[in-house]
Ligand binder design. Sequence first.
Ligand SMILES: [Zn+2]
Length: 116
Amino acid sequence: MAKSYSSKINRIRTFALSLIFIGFIIMYAGIFFRQSAFLMTLFMLLGLLSIIASTVVYFWIGMLSTKAVQVVCPSCGKPTKMLGRVDMCMYCKEPLTLDQNLEGKEFDEKYNQKKK
Ligand SMILES: [Zn+2]
C-alpha cells in the first residue's frame, strides 16, 4: 500500500476523476478498431460503463460527505471534513482524529478498521 496518505474524500475524488479519463481513453481506443463494428461497440460500451461508474462514485462521495464530520483544522484553521476515526486535513494533510485515546499517536489508517 502507498505510504503517502491523503484525505479520504480527496482520494475517492481522484479515483472518480481517473475513471472518467480511463473511460475516454477506452472510447478513444475504440476508434482504432473501426474496421470491426463489434470491437468498436465493445470499446465504446466499456468506456461508457467506466464513465457511468465514475458518476456513481461521485454520487457516493456526496453521500459520504453528508456523513462526514466537519471540523476546523487545528493546523491551518480551515474547515475540513473527516471520515472515520482518523483522517487527514484536505488542505495541509494534518492528521486528525475524533478519538481522544488516539491523540498524539502516529497517524495510522489501521485505526479505521473496526476491531475490538
Ligand atoms: Zn489543515
